[in-house]
Write a new protein. Structure first.
Length: 718
């Protein structure tokens, strides 16, 4: 499980023991937890043949708590993957910060705790990652001594992994570090006969649970309150052995107590009408539970559990995996996002090696995306399959029932002429994607080796199929809207820029990544006699209304320019038009008239960011222009002009605020950085210069707002 992360994954499957036969990972993790007083953690190792982190050992909590993240793609937005990608310590100071930065984890583990994740790397090679957690009582900031201890411990472990890889000693997963349930029955649990007699005299129930939730002690009162002999309770989980505790809410309280290390409680109904109070006192080795009678509680909407109810249909692993993918799929926007998230989240979690998502359209299946198929001919065989064809991908969609094939022989017995038998895999899960009662497509998971599908795993995969179907339906609708929005945007902006006398020009436009990716930024060049007019502006909003208003303003500016109005009059006329439209939206604008004979520009500004001028000698300055308020505020506003000299070789940079404004960025610093980039570009072609400015703009990378850039260079040959 050791891999080299220099763009390729390689290496040996590491060793479970160090030079003296001692558990390498377990000892390192236990020492680290002790050094920083953390109460749980895990070590991940990189898989040798794919960009996936695999949990090798866990300490302080059941592995089921982290089931969705036992196998994690390196691109996943969770702390351990980010720590490896960015080669740095990732700190999450509490529940609110976790919900804000890593919503997928917060959905599955909505409890108060702090977490740190660190990479295991030596030189240019990454071997894996470590995470550790603290109870909610930990301060929201990681102390310097904790940071130093964490970094030093991970560096030591990385060097040991490097040495093991160099010596071709594999480092395999190790048993998790959990407190074993005490042996010896009731008497052995408390340590002495007198302690047992003391517990038996208590008027309330007393129960001890290990980290897995298994019951290791119950006094006489607890057995009476729970309604089962102590012998039947020992070694079992409460929610499995006590039918009326078979409720995910009660299991959730146990998880909350262990992760937060806070005392938690709940009230449960013991049929037919007895209410019991459960209060859990956690530690790093397990929980003590106090059980007592409680006053009747009204629970609207919660039916009384059937006395004969059995073991829960889904354990922690099932619940966690379903919730984990549900949280991930809420972030999916388009179809490509759904395919990527399923590949990153589901494929590593269930151990499959390939994925294909097929969409249903016009009575046929179409490949929407795939991962892990080296044989592209197999992918082509899926594409265009009629829904009536005798293939598993079509059959599961038409019947609505999933199909699981544990081996090739089982598949070929039912589908002897199946075309996709050439895909090179040995087991398959075909999941119908049904959303809103109609077929959306099929999800195919392929396995490299024969794979049994027990009942609980089939239930998990079927639930995941429902989530994928809903996300896919939303994504296809979004993609259709996006194509419509993109077409509207392209229709409203200039397709090409005209050739101007005395000047070269280049423009770029990037829509915001929020909303429909359509906005109100606009630019235009209008040839005039003897020169040209240029305009750039920004209408408030990122929707179809803003785009439509942008189109109206651009058309109005063209019209006022064509009839010969001066810059200040063009701005005033456009302002009155916006007021007359009554749309209650504002717009910023910068308008200028270029005069190639005079080598100058006359500019008028309406609340727009100031342009930058790069002189032929490379010096750059921000132009302090006269101007007026935003368009659409004051019908009587005036917009004075400023004359700016443009000698041959000078570059004028016009832009919208999306290029320089982003949360947490000082506008003065952003303008200074923009000017530095502009000054260092030299005589680069304007198109390359525009791309450079966008590429090095932090605001443009985040794209919270639309970005438009219009560059003008005075030529010396006209």
């Amino acid at each position: 499980m050791v891999a080299v992360s220099d763009g390729r994954t390689s290496g040996q499957r590491p060793a479970a023991t160090g030079p003296l036969g001692r558990p390498l990972l377990s000892l390192a993790l236990a020492a680290l937890l002790d050094e920083v007083h953390a109460h749980s953690g895990a070590v991940y190792l990189l898989a040798p043949d794919q960009p996936v982190l695999e949990m090798a050992v866990m300490a302080g909590m059941p592995r089921a708590f982290a089931a969705p993240w036992e196998r994690v793609g390196l691109s996943a937005p969770i702390p351990v993957a980010q720590a490896v990608r960015e080669r740095r310590l990732i700190w999450v100071g509490g529940e609110e910060e976790m919900a804000r930065r890593y919503p997928r984890i917060a959905v599955v583990l909505p409890y108060p705790f702090a977490l740190a994740a660190m990479p295991l790397a030596a030189g240019a090679t990454a071997y894996g990652a470590v995470f550790v957690t603290w109870p909610d009582a930990h301060p929201p900031v990681l102390s310097d001594w904790e940071r130093d201890h964490l970094t030093a411990a991970c560096d030591r472990l990385a060097l040991r992994l490097q040495r093991a890889a160099a010596e071709h000693r594999p480092v395999l997963p190790e048993p998790d570090l959990l407190a074993a349930p005490p042996a010896g029955g009731v008497a052995g649990t408390l340590g002495s006969a007198e302690a047992v007699r003391m517990a038996a005299r208590l008027p309330y129930g007393l129960v001890s649970l290990d980290l897995h939730g298994r019951l290791s002690f119950a006094n006489t009162a607890a057995a009476d309150l729970l309604g089962l002999p102590a012998g039947e309770l020992l070694g079992t989980r409460l929610w499995a052995s006590v039918p009326w505790l078979n409720d995910p809410m009660y299991e959730d309280r146990y998880r909350a107590a262990l992760l937060s290390q806070h005392v938690t409680s709940f009230v449960a109904l013991r049929p037919p009408g007895d209410w019991l109070s459960f209060r859990m006192y956690p530690s790093t080795t397990g929980l003590t539970v106090r059980i007592s009678r409680a006053r009747p509680v009204a629970e609207p909407g919660r039916g009384t559990p059937r006395p004969g109810a059995g073991v829960p249909a889904a354990g922690l692993v099932t619940i966690s995996r379903v919730l984990g993918l549900a949280g991930a799929l809420t972030e999916a926007v388009g179809v490509a996002d759904v395919v990527r998230l399923v590949a990153d989240e589901v494929v590593p979690a269930v151990g499959s090696r390939a994925l294909m998502i097929l969409g249903s359209q016009a009575g046929r299946l179409h490949v929407l995306g795939h991962r892990g198929y080296d044989n592209l001919r197999a992918v082509e065989d899926f594409h265009g399959t009629p829904l009536t064809a005798p293939t598993p991908s079509a059959r599961v969609l038409s019947t609505g029932a999933p199909a699981f094939f544990e081996c090739r022989q089982q598949l070929e017995r039912l589908y002897p002429v199946r075309q996709a038998v050439r895909d090179g895999f040995a087991a398959w899960a075909y999941l119908p994607l049904i959303a809103s009662g109609r077929p959306v497509g099929t999800c195919v998971l392929a396995y490299a080796e024969p794979h049994p599908f027990p009942a609980d795993e089939r239930a998990v995969l079927t639930s995941l199929g429902s989530l994928i179907a809903q996300a896919l339906e939303r994504a296809r609708l979004y993609d259709a809207k996006h194509r419509l929005a993109h077409g509207l945007q392209q229709a409203l902006l200039p397709h090409t820029l005209p050739r101007l006398p005395g000047f070269d020009a280049a423009a770029r436009y990037l829509p915001a990544t929020q909303g429909m990716e359509i906005g109100g930024d606009f630019y235009d060049l209008v040839p005039t006699r003897p020169g040209a007019a240029a305009v750039i502006g920004d209408v408030q909003g990122h929707n179809v209304t803003a785009a439509g208003l942008m189109g109206q303003l651009r058309t109005a500016v063209r019209a006022y320019t064509t009839v010969g109005q001066e810059p200040q009059d063009v701005m005033a006329s456009t302002n009155r038009l916006l007021m007359d439209l009554g749309v209650e939206l504002f717009a910023s604008c910068l308008y200028l008239r270029l005069d190639p004979a005079e080598r100058c520009a006359v500019m008028s500004r309406a609340g727009h960011p100031p342009p930058l001028l790069r002189r032929p000698d490379g010096r750059v300055r921000v132009l302090d222009l006269a101007g007026g308020p935003l368009l659409g505020i004051d019908p009587a506003a005036a917009y004075p002009t400023t004359r700016v000299e443009l000698p041959p070789g000078s570059v004028l940079a016009l832009y919208t605020d999306g290029l320089v404004e982003s949360p947490g960025t000082d506008i003065e610093d952003a303008l200074a950085e923009l000017g530095r980039r502009l000054g260092e570009a030299g005589d680069a072609p304007l198109g390359d210069l525009a791309d450079l400015l966008l590429r090095h703009s932090a605001a443009a990378r985040e794209r919270v707002d639309d970005v438009a850039v219009l560059l003008l260079r005075a030529r010396a040959d006209d």
